[in-house]
Design a protein around this ligand. Structure first.
Ligand SMILES: [Cu+2]
Length: 105
C-alpha cells in the first residue's frame, strides 16, 4: 500500500468493532517529517521509512529510559503505542540529528 508523504495522516482502523486512531510520521531525507506531535493516550504512531537507508526508532520517556524498536529497513513501518501521558523523545540511534518530541495527553 502506497501512503502519501503528507507527514500526518489520521487513519481510522476498525478492529473487532473498536475504532483506533493511528498517526503516521514519515522519515524522509534522514529527518522525521514533524519535530513535534500531540497524540491522545492510547494512540499508536506509525513511523514509515521512506528513505533508502536503514533507520531506528527509539522512544525515550521522561527518565530517559529508552524503548528501542529495532532496526528499520527502507519501506518498513514501526508502530509504537503511546499508553502513558507525558513527553517522549523519539530518536534514530543511527542518525543523531533525527529527533522529535511526542506529547501524550
Ligand atoms: Cu536514521
Amino acid at each position: 500500500m502506497r501512503i502519501p508523504k503528507t507527514g500526518l495522516i489520521l487513519a481510522a482502523l476498525t478492529v473487532s468493532g473498536l475504532c483506533y486512531a493511528a498517526t503516521t510520521i514519515d522519515q524522509v531525507g534522514q529527518r522525521f517529517t514533524q519535530s513535534a506531535l500531540l497524540v491522545s493516550n492510547g494512540e499508536t504512531v506509525w513511523f514509515l521509512n521512506f528513505d533508502d537507508v536503514v533507520h531506528n526508532v527509539s522512544v525515550f520517556d521522561q527518565d530517559d529510559v529508552a524503548i528501542d524498536k529495532g532496526l528499520q529497513k527502507p519501506g518498513e513501518t514501526i508502530k509504537h503505542l503511546f499508553d502513558k501521558n507525558g513527553r517522549f523523545k523519539v530518536r534514530c540511534s543511527i542518525h543523531p540529528r533525527m529527533k522529535m518530541m511526542v506529547t501524550v495527553r
